[in-house]
Write a protein that binds this ligand. Structure first.
Ligand code: GLV
Ligand code: MN
Ligand code: MN
Length: 416
């Protein structure tokens, strides 16, 4: 399972590209690269320059995804898309998203010489907004490309009060033309994504690579508990309507119900208003992220959480409000493409039985499944850590991932 020197050299290039992207951030000393910001534009330009080095035709589509294309046997053939996302969570690691783009680029470089014999065009895409960090809705880059853009997203506002529509214009995009990003199904052969695992299963199994069976369905909510801001010294307990006490009960209920229902639920952000030591909290904004292998389990957990928190809030004289900001159904991988990814891993590592993993993390592949068959390869990451600056991968694993991803593309071509 020792990768070749060529594969190791390609992996070094891929990791150096992740480092170069990591330097493009809204804040120095950490990685904050959010959709439709200056660092996103810089990332798109850098990725486009790498694509151009491989003689790809490049463009930024109508929702801000950077795309590159190599023609196949003839021009205008449907395309096999390879890619992942370029945006990040706050204070992110450097591999969630960018590694998949770098591996896709490495495969495009390798296949450049023989692409003219392929029965499809090869495209690489760096999606603009998978995480939903800035505006709330996630997977908007891939949903734009898949033709499932939601007009309700235009109303979303970032933490600085900028509307999505304004951010589009600022980025040089025309909101009226968003539909032009949508790719007709007949223009696509499929979508393959390589991504770090974001969990410890591969490390535990001592395997470098795995193939995804399905991706968890997710829902996200913006929650608000409304009480009344009052003087901290002069307001007795009888008269207090403390929003943070209600929000704290909400956090506890979320964990209790999620554990009982066998789903995962996270309150990842909490803002107390007006946020002063001597003021009883008037209202609290919280986020909730809910995931499960089966959408019905996730939806049942949400119903239970909503009614338990509502009850707690009513008892405390508080008002509970919830707005859904994101919903993605659980998605199974396409059997034929999944076999191609597994065949690529088998051919590279010599493993008889390839590790099959269910992904609790969301991916652009979920959105792409609405328009074309999809499959994913996962790469071992250290200690399963992700959404944290300590994300790490091994050079030899990345080398194997490039070999296996290239082999997967060739397996798709062979079956075409
Ligand atoms: C993306 O990383 C997600 O799973 O939220
Ligand atoms: Mn992520
Ligand atoms: Mn990701």
């Amino acid at each position: 399972m020792r990768p070749s020197e060529t594969a190791l050299a390609d992996a070094r290039t891929a990791l150096a590209r992740c480092d170069a992207l990591a330097a493009l951030s809204a804040r120095s000393g950490r990685i904050d690269r959010f959709a439709l910001t200056r660092s996103h534009a810089e990332a798109n330009a850098l990725v486009a320059s790498w694509m151009a080095q491989t003689e790809m035709a490049t463009w930024v589509d109508a929702v801000g995804n950077v795309c590159g294309r190599l023609e196949g046997l003839t021009s205008d053939l449907p395309a096999l898309l390879l890619g992942s996302h370029l945006d990040t969570v706050p204070d992110a690691g450097r591999y969630d998203g960018p590694l998949g783009v770098a591996i896709a680029l490495a495969v495009a470089v390798r296949l450049h010489a023989r692409v003219a014999s392929l029965p499809f065009a090869l495209e690489v895409v760096g999606f603009s907004d998978e995480e939903g960090t800035r505006f709330g809705a996630a997977l908007t880059g891939s949903r734009g490309l898949a033709g499932t853009w939601d007009e309700a997203w235009w109303a979303q506002v970032d933490a600085g009060g900028v509307r999505l529509r304004e951010a589009f214009v600022e980025f040089g995009l025309d909101p009226a033309r968003v539909g032009e990003a949508a790719r007709p199904p007949e223009s696509l052969v499929g979508y393959l994504e390589s991504h770090i695992e974001q969990g410890p299963s591969l490390e535990d199994a001592d395997r470098p690579l795995g193939v995804v069976s399905a991706i968890a369905g997710a829902r996200r909510f913006a929650l608000r508990v409304v009480g009344e801001a009052r003087h901290a010294g002069g307001t007795s307990y009888e008269r207090r309507r403390d929003a943070l006490v209600g929000a704290s009960h909400a956090v506890i209920e979320v964990e209790r119900i999620a554990r009982t229902e066998g789903v995962v639920a996270t309150v990842g952000a909490l803002e107390v208003h007006p946020g002063a030591a001597n003021v009883v909290p008037g209202h609290v904004d919280l986020t909730l992220d809910l995931r499960a292998e089966h959408d019905a389990d996730r939806d049942r957990a949400w119903d239970l959480i909503a009614s338990a928190v509502e009850k707690r809030c009513t008892e405390g004289g508080l008002v509970f409000e919830a707005v859904e900001t994101h919903r993605a159904q659980a998605v199974a991988m396409d059997p034929a493409l999944r076999d191609a990814v597994a065949a690529g891993i088998r051919a590279t590592t010599g493993e008889e039985s390839v590790t099959v993993l269910f992904s609790g993390a969301g991916h652009d592949a979920m959105a792409m499944a609405a328009v074309t068959p999809v499959a994913m390869q996962l790469v071992r990451c250290r200690d399963g850590i992700s959404h944290h600056p300590d994300e790490a991968v091994r050079l030899d694993d990345v080398a194997l991932a490039i070999d296996a991803f290239e082999a997967a593309v060739l397996a798709v071509a062979a079956e075409f």
